[in-house]
Design a protein around this ligand. Structure first.
Ligand code: 0X9
Ligand code: ZN
Length: 649
C-alpha cells in the first residue's frame, strides 16, 4: 500500500511539473502537432511546408511567416535548428521565435511591417529521426538514424548532418570522419542524406540572404569560414555588423554561470574546423550570410548543462530573450545588408575596411577589386579567393619595407591612411616595452614575433593622431591557443588616449584557438588629436603577435567632378533579386537602361548624380539570361553585359 501511495504521489508530482520540451511523434505535444495548431490559429500568417522526408518517414517541416508565397522582391531569411538530435534547446529557441513572429506582442507595429517585407522560414527540427530517438532512447544521440549495417556485432547508425553538405564535403579527415562509427561521420557521399537534400533543395528555391542555424552549447556566435584555419569571409564587415565583437556583442547570455556573459562572435574554425557544414554551404552556394549560434552556455554549479538544458521555464525564457534581438536583426538586415546599421551592436558596414597594413595591405571593399597604393606607388594585388556576396577582399604583395601611407581605391570608394604606428619585434621596432613577452622566431613576417606563454603585457610607444583624423584601424596578426569555452585564457588589446598613462578602453579580445597566423582589426573612432598607445595583455594563453599597426584614416577626398569610375554591377551573374550598379559619372545625372538580347527595354532607372549607385530590383518577370546594361549621362555612356541566373527559374 505504501509503495502504491508513493507511486501515486510521484505520478501527481510529475503531472504537476510542466513539460516544455516536445518530442516529435507525440500526436498531441509533438513538434508537428504544435506547428499545426500554431498555423491553424494564425489566421493565415503561418503556413507549413514539408521540405523532405527522413529515412524513417518523418517530414522535415518548415513554417513560413509573412505574406503567402515567395515573392522574389522580398528577401528570404531562414532559421534552422537541431541538426544535432540532442540539442533540444535549439529547437525550443526556434519554436519560441516562431511563436513570437506569428503573434508579435501587441503594438509591435515595427515587426509587423517588417514581416510584410520578408519571407521568413523556420525549420525547428532539421533532424527529426535523431531528435525523436533522443527523446525515447538515447538522450545524447547526435546524428540522424540512417542504418549502415552491422560492424563487429554492433549496428552502425547515423550521419552527422552538419558534415554532409555538398560544399567542401570531406576535404579532410580532421573536419569530419569517413568512419561511420564516429560522431562526425560525413556520410557516404556529399548530400547523401534526405534531411540535407531537403535543406539544399529549399535553399535552391528560396536562397536566403541571412540564415541562422541554432546549435548548443558553447556560448559562441560563429560565422564562416569554418573549414580551414585562418580564413576570414569576404563579407566579414557584414558578419561583424550583425554578430558584433567581444567589445560590442550582439547576443547576451544571462544564464547563470555563462562564462562570458555573451555569445562570443568568431569565425567557426576558431572552435574547430569542420567540413560539409551548413554555414560554409549556404555562404558559398548561395551567398547567404550564415550564422551558427552555439546557444545556452549556462552552468549548474561547476559544470555546463551541456546538451541537457534544464526543463525550466525561467531559464528558457532568458535564453529566448537573449537570442531574440539578433534574430530580429537578421530579419531586418536581409533587406539591404550593406547599408544596414545594427541597433544591437552599433556597427555598420564600412565601404572600405582595412584588415592589415603590414606585411600585406589587405582590404575589404564593396566595389572590388580594390587597388592599393603604398607611399604613392601602386602595388600589385590580387582578389582574395575567399569571396563574399557583398564585399570582396584584396591582398597586396608582401611589402619589403614598413610603409608610411597607403590608399585603397575601389570604384569610387577609397580609404587613405597614415600608418602612425607599426611594430613586429624587429630590431628597428624601438619604444615597445615587453613584460612577459619575449622575442620568438615563429614570425608572421621578418625575423621575430612577440610571444607570451601565460601572462604578460606588451606596450607600444605613444603616437599622436593628426587633428584631421577621427578614426584609426588597429590591426595585428595573431596566433594563439586559448579556450573556446571560457575566459580563462584570453588576449586583449587596450587603447590609451593619454600617451600611455591609462588604458581604459578594450578594443580587441582573442580567445579560442588560432593555430595559424591570421589578421585581426578594429576601427576606433573619436581619436582626433589623441596621444594613442596600445597595450596587449596575455592572460593564460599562448600568444604570438606580429605586425601590429595603427592606421589613421585621412579625411576622404571626394574625386573631382567629371571623374569617371568603372561601371560595374554588385554581382554578375545576378543570383538574387537585386543588383546595384556603380554610377560612373560623378556629379552628373543620367539613367541606367537594361535591354534584353532582342533589344527590348526591360528596365530603366534614374541616377541623380549624387548617389554612388543605382539599384535594380528584379521582379518575377525577369527571365534568366544575358542583358545589356547602359549608363548614360550627357553625351557619355558606359556599357556592361549582365547575366541573370536566379534559382528556380
Ligand atoms: O560541430 C558542430 O557541428 C557544431 N558544434 S556542436 O557542438 N553543436 O556539434 C559547430 C559547427 C560550427 N562550425 C565549425 N566549428 N567549423
Ligand atoms: Zn550541434
Amino acid at each position: 500500500a505504501d509503495a502504491r501511495a508513493g507511486g501515486a504521489a510521484r505520478a501527481a508530482a510529475e503531472a504537476a511539473q510542466v513539460r516544455i520540451f516536445r518530442p516529435y511523434d507525440d500526436p498531441a505535444r509533438g513538434v508537428p502537432a504544435f506547428l499545426d495548431s500554431l498555423a491553424r490559429a494564425s489566421g493565415g500568417r503561418v503556413r507549413l511546408d514539408t521540405l523532405g522526408t527522413t529515412a524513417e518517414g518523418r517530414p522535415v517541416l518548415a513554417a513560413k511567416v509573412g505574406p503567402a508565397g515567395d515573392d522574389p522582391r522580398r528577401a528570404n531569411v531562414v532559421f534552422l535548428a537541431t541538426y544535432h538530435a540532442r540539442e533540444w534547446a535549439a529547437t525550443e529557441m526556434a519554436l519560441r521565435l516562431l511563436r513570437h513572429l506569428a503573434a508579435p506582442p501587441a503594438g509591435d507595429a515595427r515587426l509587423d511591417s517588417l514581416l510584410q517585407r520578408r519571407d521568413v522560414w523556420v525549420v525547428p527540427v532539421v533532424n527529426p529521426d535523431g531528435y525523436q530517438y533522443s527523446h525515447t532512447t538515447d538522450r545524447l544521440w547526435r546524428k540522424n538514424r540512417r542504418q549502415f549495417g552491422v560492424l563487429a556485432g554492433r549496428p552502425v547508425v547515423g550521419v552527422d548532418l552538419n558534415r554532409n553538405h555538398s560544399v567542401r564535403w570531406g576535404v579532410d579527415d580532421v573536419g569530419s570522419s569517413p568512419d561511420p562509427r564516429t560522431e562526425v561521420y560525413r556520410g557516404p557521399s556529399a548530400a547523401s542524406e534526405p534531411e540535407v537534400q531537403a535543406i539544399e533543395r529549399f535553399h535552391a528555391r528560396h536562397p536566403p540572404v541571412v540564415a541562422v542555424s541554432y546549435h548548443t552549447y558553447a556560448g559562441l556566435l560563429l560565422y564562416p569560414e569554418g573549414w580551414r584555419y585562418g580564413l576570414l569571409p569576404g563579407d566579414l564587415s557584414v558578419y561583424r555588423a550583425l554578430a558584433g565583437t567581444d567589445e560590442r556583442p550582439a547576443v547576451r547570455d544571462r544564464l547563470p554561470g555563462a562564462p562570458f556573459g555573451y555569445q562570443r562572435p568568431e569565425p567557426s574554425w576558431q572552435l574547430y574546423p569542420t567540413n560539409g557544414e551548413y554555414t560554409d554551404f549556404a555562404s558559398v552556394a548561395h551567398g547567404t550570410l550564415a550564422f551558427t549560434p552555439e546557444i545556452s552556455s549556462g552552468m549548474e554549479g561547476a559544470t555546463f548543462y551541456g546538451f541537457e538544458f534544464p526543463e525550466d521555464e525561467a531559464r528558457l525564457r532568458t535564453l529566448f530573450e537573449d537570442n531574440l534581438p539578433f534574430a530580429l536583426d537578421a530579419i531586418e538586415a536581409a533587406g539591404d545588408p550593406l547599408r544596414w546599421r545594427s541597433p544591437t551592436t552599433g556597427y555598420g558596414v564600412p565601404r572600405v575596411a582595412l584588415e592589415s597594413a603590414t606585411p600585406t595591405v589587405r582590404a575589404r571593399a564593396v566595389g572590388a577589386p580594390a587597388a592599393p597604393t603604398v607611399d604613392g606607388a601602386p602595388r600589385r594585388a590580387a582578389d582574395d579567393a575567399v569571396g563574399g556576396r557583398h564585399q570582396r577582399r584584396t591582398v597586396s604583395d608582401t611589402l619589403a619595407a614598413r610603409l608610411a601611407e597607403l590608399t585603397v581605391r575601389a570604384g569610387r570608394d577609397s580609404l587613405r591612411a597614415h600608418v602612425v604606428l607599426a611594430g613586429g619585434a624587429e630590431p628597428a621596432d624601438t619604444g615597445w616595452t615587453p613584460r612577459g613577452f619575449t622575442l620568438d622566431g615563429g614570425a608572421n613576417s621578418g625575423r621575430a614575433a612577440w610571444r607570451s606563454i601565460g601572462s604578460g603585457a606588451l606596450r607600444s610607444p605613444a603616437v599622436r593622431v593628426p587633428d584631421d583624423v577621427d578614426t584609426v584601424t588597429v590591426a595585428l596578426w595573431s596566433r594563439h591557443f586559448g579556450d573556446a569555452f571560457g575566459p580563462s585564457r584570453v588576449g586583449t588589446v587596450w587603447l590609451s588616449r593619454d600617451g600611455g598613462q591609462t588604458f581604459p578602453e578594450r578594443v580587441m579580445t582573442l580567445a579560442g584557438d588560432a593555430p595559424v597566423y591570421y589578421p585581426e582589426s578594429r576601427e576606433v573612432a573619436g581619436v582626433r588629436g589623441a596621444a594613442l598607445a596600445l597595450e596587449l595583455r596575455a592572460q593564460g594563453l599562448l600568444w604570438e603577435v606580429d605586425d601590429v599597426a595603427v592606421a589613421a584614416h585621412l579625411p576622404r577626398v571626394a574625386p573631382p567632378p567629371g571623374t569617371v569610375v568603372a561601371f560595374s554591377p554588385s554581382e554578375n551573374p545576378v543570383r538574387g533579386d537585386r543588383v546595384r550598379f556603380t554610377w560612373p559619372f560623378l556629379g552628373a545625372a543620367g539613367d541606367v537602361l537594361v535591354y534584353d538580347l532582342t533589344g527590348r527595354l526591360v528596365w530603366r532607372g534614374a541616377a541623380d548624380g549624387a548617389s554612388d549607385e543605382v539599384a535594380w530590383s528584379l521582379d518575377e518577370r525577369v527571365a534568366n539570361g544575358a542583358f545589356l546594361v547602359l549608363a548614360r549621362a550627357g553625351g557619355q555612356s558606359r556599357r556592361q553585359t549582365l547575366y541573370v541566373l536566379r534559382a528556380g527559374r
